[in-house]
Design a binder for this molecule. Structure first.
Ligand SMILES: C[S@@+](CC[C@H](N)C(=O)[O-])C[C@H]1O[C@@H](n2cnc3c(N)ncnc32)[C@H](O)[C@@H]1O
Length: 215
């Protein structure tokens, strides 16, 4: 069994029952030390996801347009850049997090908005992939966001979601996630590509990466 080493700020940002407003408030104070705290907690979600995305595109990164959703301070964008991707935009609601992401110079467009049922200021099929790492957290992104993740990807492109595996059971909202994914599959919106569980997502806990191909 891996050693689970919990970090106070990570725990506070996703405490049971936290609302979206409360978690957004918390990011105002956490933004400055977010990278340090997550790095100290062996946060491996961005790197694991970037490596998998590279495989999806068979190692070809030229011209691949990616929307990094719930981009935070840009750690997931940095990981995508490290494996060779060069055309990433960021979607992130927290101004404080987004300012730090901007400083990393890994994104083109920075979109300050929430992912949910609202229509984003993005045209249909703009991206080759939407990638969300760490957005499926208590009081963060809801399961009703999947349609919008799909809408902005071109047919044949990918939706990639990486999260703590335990959240599929622990967080009431995410008990609905896989049934919702299946419904969208039955409706012909996307088809499953892979469902990978990996060790050491963060703080010694397992992660899961879902990949769907948009129809
Ligand atoms: C744990 S951080 C992950 C950041 C980054 N992807 C990473 O891997 O470091 C979660 C981020 O989700 C953002 N977030 C919360 N609710 C959101 C929503 N409804 N839509 C988009 N982003 C949201 C938060 O502001 C926060 O920056």
């Amino acid at each position: 069994m891996p050693v689970v080493n919990y970090n106070n700020n990570i725990r506070t940002s996703q405490r049971p029952g936290i609302s979206l407003e409360e978690s957004q408030d918390f990011y105002k104070t956490w933004a400055e030390t977010y990278d340090q705290d997550t790095t100290n907690s062996n946060y491996n979600g961005p790197a694991a996801t970037a490596n998998l995305v590279l495989k999806l595109f068979e190692g070809k990164t030229d011209g691949v347009r990616i929307l990094d959703v719930a981009a935070g301070t840009g750690m997931s964008g940095e990981a995508l850049q490290k494996v060779g991707f060069r055309s990433m935009d960021a979607l992130e609601p927290s101004e404080d997090m987004l300012l730090l992401a901007k400083e990393k110079n890994v994104y083109g467009r920075l979109i300050q908005d929430f992912l949910g049922t609202n229509r984003l200021d993005i045209v249909d099929g703009e991206y080759d992939a939407t990638v969300m790492v760490g957005g499926m957290v208590e009081g963060h992104v809801g399961c009703d966001c999947l349609e919008e993740l799909i809408r902005v990807v071109k047919p044949g492109g990918f939706v990639v979601i990486c999260m703590r595996e335990v959240n599929l059971r622990k967080v009431p909202e995410y008990r609905k996630l896989e049934p919702r994914m299946k419904t969208l599959q039955n409706e012909g919106c996307w088809e499953p590509v892979s469902r990978v569980v990996f060790s050491n997502y963060c703080e010694g806990e397992e992660g899961i990466i879902f990949v769907y191909r948009v129809c």
